[in-house]
Design a protein around this ligand. Structure first.
Ligand code: F3S
Length: 411
């Protein structure tokens, strides 16, 4: 791999041990993928949850901070597993919270911004078209690649941190234009009436696509950001899709030719998503056979202000069934905005809770597993039903989920 003068100095230790180790890692990853060089990146996004990072990862991050590691570029964080209020309220492990705090303190020392959200693009961390970045968190990666047209691979915890510490990544994968063209066509004919229908579509396609780049034809240009957010998050969890195109909608797919790089073969694999596939996929996701719902979770990925408005409208002057909880998961920044315009008061007056800084999966499993959850997120259906304290999901529209929280049953 070609390294410039500065990078060679980094490798020789001129910028300190932390940068040296980080660059060694990036160079060895680059060698695995035959990268010709390193390229500069504009931002990073790091995991912040103890379950994702693990204890060994936490102590590695702590060590990097103690040795003086500093981010070379703007970097922020994904949600945590727990936060103080939930620990107290749900009686979660204080020891676990302390261990997670070690990661957060180390990041803070390294100059990482700490918004703890999986939708950084909704709160100002929104990379531009063709900008190279190094992000962790599959739902944010696919949104950045597809909807914003930025360029990132699905970074793992250590490589994302190494990229932030050096401001570089090896040039391979989705950083290269030749790997960003579609290789699977999806004809969407289903009636896409609700935003969760886009999540259903994403889940359906991810199962077939694996790590390919699906191109959607037939989506209406009026599809909302929330719909695209759910679509990407679902495709990245049922498959390992990191990039999709929607013809006439996403920036690298203004035409069929640009989506496929003028090389679409006549016999390209084509999937159809009709009302039949929409219904079948909803049935696959909605696995609970119990009518009673223990908890409803909305905001996976973290809720936008539009979703918070809609939830507040549906809950206005209503009360939840006492046997059912409703959590709305969002970022601290979005919660503050919602608070200032009265939405948090409306939502919480019903008995629901607006959580921030966390991914709801771990605390919900601790508090309600094994039990039944209702959600409008295919990604949440997938991950919350893993592990010893799994919850079995009902899956449907946001309206139907709110109704379940008000009545206590899945109707
Ligand atoms: Fe975000 Fe957790 Fe869902 S990190 S995308 S709320 S699984």
């Amino acid at each position: 791999m070609h390294l410039n003068k500065e990078e060679n100095q980094m490798l020789e230790g001129a910028y300190g041990e932390v940068v040296q180790k980080a660059l060694e890692l990036l160079v060895s990853i680059g060698a695995c993928f035959d990268a010709e060089k390193l390229i500069p990146i504009r931002s990073g996004h790091l995991l912040a949850n103890l379950n994702g990072i693990g204890r060994a990862g936490a102590s590695y991050i702590h060590e990097m901070a103690e040795k003086g590691g500093k981010c070379a570029i703007f970097t922020d964080t994904n949600p945590r597993n727990v936060e103080a209020e939930l620990v107290d309220e749900l009686g979660l492990s204080v020891e676990f919270a302390k261990e997670e705090q070690v990661i957060i303190d180390a990041y803070s020392k390294m100059g990482v911004s700490l918004p703890h959200t999986c939708t950084p693009y909704l709160i100002g961390h929104s990379p531009r078209l063709h900008e190279h970045i190094a992000w962790n968190e599959s739902s944010a990666i696919i949104f950045a690649n597809s909807v914003l047209g930025a360029r990132t691979n699905r970074e793992g915890g250590p490589t994302a941190l190494a990229a932030s510490l050096t401001g570089r990544v090896p040039e391979y994968g989705y950083h290269l234009q030749e790997n960003r063209y579609g290789d699977l066509l999806v004809l969407v004919n289903a009636e896409m009436k609700h935003s969760h229908d886009f999540g259903t579509l994403g889940y359906f396609v991810g199962r077939v696509a694996g790590d390919r780049v699906p191109v959607f034809a037939g989506l209406q240009p009026s599809v909302s950001m929330d719909g695209l957010k759910l679509l990407g998050a679902a495709a990245a969890s049922s498959g390992s899709v990191a990039l999709f195109h929607a013809i006439g909608i996403t920036p690298e797919a203004q035409t069929v030719e640009s989506a496929f790089g003028h090389r679409k073969p006549a016999d390209m694999e084509t999937l159809e998503f009709n009302n039949k596939e929409l219904k079948q996929t909803e049935e696959i996701l909605s696995r609970s056979t119990k009518r009673e719902v223990d908890i409803v979770i909305l905001g996976c990925p973290h809720a936008s202000i539009t979703e918070l408005r809609e939830i507040a409208r549906l809950l206005h002057e209503k009360k939840l069934k006492p046997t059912t909880s409703l959590w709305v998961s969002t970022s601290r920044v979005m919660k503050q905005e919602a608070h200032e315009i009265g939405l948090v008061d409306i939502i919480e007056s019903s008995g629901a809770k607006v959580t921030c800084d966390v991914c709801p999966i771990y605390p919900a499993q601790q508090a309600f597993g094994p039990g039944t959850v209702a959600t409008n997120s295919p990604k949440l259906c997938y991950y919350i039903s893993q592990g010893p304290q799994s919850l079995i999901p009902h899956y449907g529209s946001l309206e139907r989920c709110v109704e379940a929280a008000l009545t206590g049953v899945w109707g």
